[in-house]
Design a binder for this molecule. Structure first.
Ligand code: GLU
Length: 553
């Protein structure tokens, strides 16, 4: 029986040939140097922060070269699939504004000419290539049972031999085609294995974009190509899909590094050009309890799920900026020099990636976010706060809607200036910072944080005299402050802090203490943005009402 006849026996329904697929998926018509990259997750329903870093780079390199970025769903390991697993991934990417040029959009929806983009729908394609390899004597059916494979493994361990299905351990490698056909006809279960032409004594070399030149022993393992469920194993699907989808750059986790010799061999046997590989290190964090570095864990770390950022209202741009700082070691410096530039203006460089992985630091991300938000225009802050509260805080959403202009003005306090105020790091924090600006929220039992002046009668008196004699809604900031000093003087407080410090016995306190009383009566807080501007926004009536809450105590 010839190899061709065996192939025909195993895949009688496969009529297409590899040449047919070359025509169906022709080389892409892109400018020379254009990168084609992909994100290839299992349909687990969400994107992990580490993968988000990868996708940001996978999106960036085609952006820099007018290339293509696509989403391929790798669901050949059914154990890793969850219901609606694709939708969760697509939604996470959408929330992060990572545009997919091609690929799966859902279980039954996709865009692009190089699909299907879900591996379980590509069974026929893998079978075509498996059939072709069998017919060329480069692959064969293997009937070894899991028990037999375990036995071989135990033996190898016992004798301290290299683990795997190779050489004399590859029991089914040298069966005759007649015996193979016989066993298949008898209904014996089997898988398809590569008949590796490699020799472990030989070396293969490849150039990793992050790690540089790497030398490995050549692969001599007869790796599985098609499993017993008829679906391909990762290596086989990777070679076929990345070839037919015309991928130029494969970015993936470092756990795949040791498989590169298998991939080099498969690409060669299949007659495909090898893509460029970048094997990325793990994203780690310092464990809060032990202080040791460990992998960022979806189970333990809230910041590992990208939905966390959406819920907290941390701007997508800030997360991307942060990811780029851990992605490229020179990015942060570039950003400091070009604070207003966009990530698009930065040229990504694989050589500036750490091969040993990156350390994820939520505090640092939050800082970047705080900086980012401080640079937004008030109107923009308003719109984003509105959008966030619409989804997560109805009460605040209603206030923002009802008092639109007031809120924009509120957000404009100490903003849109050279050194803007850096207060909010996320939109979920804004209500906690601004609640006293809304009468609806400033009711009930307020815990005033009066500072150095703590006699209630004195406080009441300061507020009363201020309203009666020194408050004028129309004052500019300088006059307003002069009047605070006049008030201080009238009540026995120093006009200047300096005067007080020189002769503390001559005064009850100083103008700072007086303004603190006003600030606290207005907001209940000892720290607020510019008091003058807040008072301006309140206006006489609301200001009087607010002070009366204390005066009438
Ligand atoms: N599905 C593989 C994984 O999630 C993809 C690796 C790759 O990008 O090729 O690890």
């Amino acid at each position: 029986m010839t190899d061709k006849e065996l192939a025909e026996l195993i895949f009688p329904n496969i009529t297409k040939t590899p040449e047919d697929y070359e025509k169906i998926y022709p080389e892409r018509k892109l400018e020379s140097g254009a990168a084609v990259s992909r994100f290839a997750p299992s349909p687990t329903g969400f994107v992990h922060m580490g993968s988000l870093l990868t996708t940001v780079i996978e999106r960036k390199i085609p952006d820099e070269t007018n290339g293509v970025f696509y989403l391929r769903i790798e669901d050949t390991d059914q154990k890793r699939s969850v219901e609606n697993g694709i939708k969760g991934i697509v939604d996470d990417l959408k929330n992060f504004e990572i545009k997919i040029d091609e690929g799966a959009l859902g279980e039954d929806e996709e865009i692009g000419d190089y699909g299907p983009y879900i591996q379980s729908k590509r069974k026929e394609i893998y079978e075509c290539y498996a059939k072709d390899l069998i017919s060329k004597g480069l692959a064969y059916p293997c009937f070894c049972t899991p028990e037999e494979l375990d036995e071989t493994r135990n033996l190898q361990e016992l004798n301290k031999e290299r683990i795997g299905y190779y050489g004399s351990f590859a029991k089914c490698r040298n069966l005759s085609n007649e015996e193979r056909a016989e066993r298949i006809k008898n209904g014996e279960p089997y898988i398809i294995r590569l008949k590796s032409p490699g020799n472990y004594e030989n070396k293969v070399m490849f150039n990793d974009l992050v790690r540089g030149k790497i030398v490995f022993p050549e692969n001599d393992l007869d790796v599985v190509l098609i499993k017993s469920d008829g679906l391909p194993i990762y290596h086989f699907a990777h070679a076929i899909d990345d070839h037919l989808m015309r991928t130029t750059h494969v970015l993936r986790g470092e756990e795949w590094l040791s498989s590169v010799p298998v991939h080099i061999q498969l690409f060669k046997i299949l007659g495909f050009e090898l893509p460029q590989y970048a094997h990325l290190g793990l994203v780690m964090k310092i464990d809060e309890e032990t202080g040791a570095k460990r992998k960022l864990s979806k189970r333990k770390d809230k910041e590992a799920a990208v939905s966390f950022y959406h819920e907290q209202g941390i701007p997508v741009e800030a997360v991307k900026l942060y990811l780029m700082t851990i992605g490229n070691s020179n990015f942060e410096e570039w950003l400091n020099q070009n604070p207003d530039a966009s990530i698009n203006d930065f040229k990504f460089n694989f050589k500036k990636m750490s091969a040993s992985g990156s350390l994820f630091d939520l505090e640092k991300l939050i800082n970047i976010s705080r900086n980012y938000i401080s640079r937004l225009k008030a109107q923009e802050v308003y719109e984003r706060a509105l959008k966030h509260s619409k989804e997560f805080d109805t009460e605040f959403y209603e206030l923002l809607t009802k008092y639109k202009d007031y809120c924009v003005n509120m957000f404009n306090i100490e903003r849109e200036q050279k050194k803007p105020r850096k207060d909010y790091a996320m939109f979920s924090e804004i209500k906690g910072y601004t609640w006293y600006m809304f009468d609806e929220l400033f009711t009930g039992d307020i815990n005033y944080e009066f500072q150095s002046i703590n006699d209630l009668e004195e406080i009441k008196n300061i507020l009363k005299v201020y309203l009666e004699k020194y408050y004028n809604e129309e004052d500019d900031e300088q006059t307003w402050f002069e009047r605070l000093k006049d008030l201080s003087e009238e009540l026995g407080y120093a006009r200047e802090v300096k005067e007080y410090k020189e002769n503390p016995d001559n005064y009850k306190g100083h103008v700072g203490d007086i303004s603190m009383v006003l600030r606290v009566a207005l907001s209940s807080k000892s720290m607020t943005p510019n008091l003058y501007q807040i008072m301006k926004l309140f206006g006489r009536e609301r200001l009087t009402n607010r002070f009366n809450l204390v005066i009438n105590k």
